[in-house]
Design a protein around this ligand. Structure first.
Ligand code: UD1
Ligand code: CA
Length: 449
């Protein structure tokens, strides 16, 4: 099929009023990326050579989100919402250039698999003119019904226009349709709006195809793949299905998830085989975990690389730019942001490491903070290899601590510490014998006055 060219059109001009949101529906996210981006990604993975997205008027935000993912996408605006066929025709300029197949999908249907779109393409390649992706609905209410006569698809009837007998049909239109590129424009132009809603229905392409001797076929898929999002509950349903699917893939790929249902992935999370993920871990976008690493319970990881054999958590937070080296340890209540933790280094308890490097095998004591922000600018802390930072130290950036240096507990380090030097920056301890007894007596007397 690689020699065949494909134009894919994503319809994203929906109103989405049931979302009750200031954000357009297709920009709401599943697995950390907008709904429309899921559709676009599926289209690209199914081999779209050209990609068009149809948005509503004034939806530059949708256009921008889409171009970020697929720079070569063409965005069209549907001025008035006059139906799905009308929406596809908003991309007339794209349709006028030749393509072997044209696939129409919806921007609010994020679970469609590329393989399913490829099956639609294959059906067109083997001679069908119109292909409808259909499924057997548990509850067909609201879907267009696929009407079959003598084994042939003859029409799609929308719920509103259906007779009681037609409504009983459970064989439904997913909304995804494919067309042979040669006659798609004339077919779309032949669609009228004589129906209850007065809209131009893309689905009428089936009936019109039959009347001009073109072949219409159904390709069957799973209902789950065609789940659409109209409200927040359906958004949550899609998220749940997406996560369940990904967990299964990750397990199959050789990753241990101790309690799969409690681990949440992003659309782009990369996890190598032989990683162990403990319960209640959440991955934000941009994460890569290498083999033999272990992410312990209740950690939140985003924009980070965790290298082979590293140990993260429990209760760790890795933020964008965290790079945890081989065999390094990040322990409980430790936050790392834009920080390179080199091989074998340990930051085990209650620390913040931001805009910093921690050299190989260095030990950062409990409660150490890199003070990277003065309220105006951000500054770097550079700590060499084999250093030791005593507990509860504050490293005031910009500051450099050399290889093998030793910082005494409770220090506030404001000046560079050379390699192998010892730095102690805290008040000297004073011990006054018997003074506690005197002090207490005085305070007791004062309290009586
Ligand atoms: C549509 C199908 C129906 C199918 C169902 C699957 C038609 C006529 N009906 O019905 O057979 O079972 O999807 O979910 O196609 N859109 C625009 N511009 C418009 C109208 C719609 O961009 O003028 C977009 C919407 O944003 C949405 C999609 O097209 O993403 C479907 O539109 P919608 O009105 O929800 O169609 P349904 O009635 O659900
Ligand atoms: Ca719909």
């Amino acid at each position: 099929m690689s020699d065949r060219t494909s134009l894919m059109i994503v319809l994203a001009a929906g109103e989405g009023t049931r979302m009750k949101s200031a954000t357009p529906k297709v920009l709401h996210e599943v697995a950390g990326r907008p709904l429309v981006a899921h559709a676009v990604a599926a289209a690209l993975a199914a081999g779209a050579d050209r990609l068009a997205v149809v948005v509503g008027p004034g939806r530059e935000d949708v256009a921008k989100a889409v171009s970020k993912l697929a720079p070569h996408v063409t965005v069209f605006t549907q001025g008035e919402r006059l139906g799905t066929a009308h929406a596809v025709l908003a991309a007339r300029a794209a349709l006028s250039e030749p393509a072997d197949d044209v696939i129409v999908l919806y921007g609010d249907t994020p679970l469609v698999r590329p393989e399913t779109l490829k099956r639609v393409r294959a059906e067109i390649a083997s001679g069908s003119d119109v292909v409808v992706l259909g499924f057997n609905a548990e509850n067909p209410m609201g879907y267009g019904r696929l009407l079959i006569e003598d084994g042939k698809l003859v029409a799609i009837r929308e719920e509103r226009d259906a007779t009681p007998e037609e409504k009983a049909v459970r064989w439904c239109n997913s909304g995804i349709m494919g067309f042979a590129g040669g006659n798609v424009l004339s077919l779309l132009d032949s669609i009228g709006n004589a129906n209850t809603k007065g809209e131009y229905y893309l689905t009428d392409a089936v009936e019109n195809a039959a009347s001009c001797g073109l072949k219409a076929r159904v390709v069957a898929g799973e209902e789950e793949e065609f789940r659409g999002v109209n409200d927040r509950a359906q958004l949550a349903d899609c998220e749940a299905i997406w996560q369940a699917r990904r967990r299964r893939e990750v397990l199959t790929a050789g990753v241990t998830l101790i309690a799969p249902d409690t681990v949440f992935f992003s659309y782009d999370t990369e996890i190598a085989p032989d990683v162990v993920i403990e319960p209640n871990v959440v991955f934000g976008p941009g994460v890569r975990i290498e083999s033999w690493a272990r992410i312990r319970a209740f950690s939140h990881v985003e924009g980070a690389v965790v290298r082979s054999g590293a140990l993260v958590g429990p209760y760790a937070r890795l933020r964008p730019g965290a790079d945890i080296g081989r065999e390094a340890h990040i322990g409980n209540f430790v936050e790392v942001k834009n920080g390179l933790i080199e091989a074998g280094a340990k930051v085990n308890h209650l620390s913040y490491i931001g805009d910093a490097r921690v050299g190989a095998k260095t030990n950062i004591g409990a409660g150490t903070i890199t003070c990277n922000y003065d309220g105006f600018g951000k500054y770097r802390t550079d700590i060499g290899a084999n250093a030791f930072i005593g507990s509860n130290s504050a490293l005031v950036a910009p500051v450099t601590i050399g290889d093998g240096a030793y910082v005494g507990t409770g220090s506030v380090i404001t000046e560079d510490v050379p390699a192998e030097a010892l730095a102690i920056a805290r008040g000297r301890q004073v011990v006054k014998p018997e003074r506690a007894t005197e002090l207490k007596a005085r305070m007791k007397a004062n309290a009586g006055k």
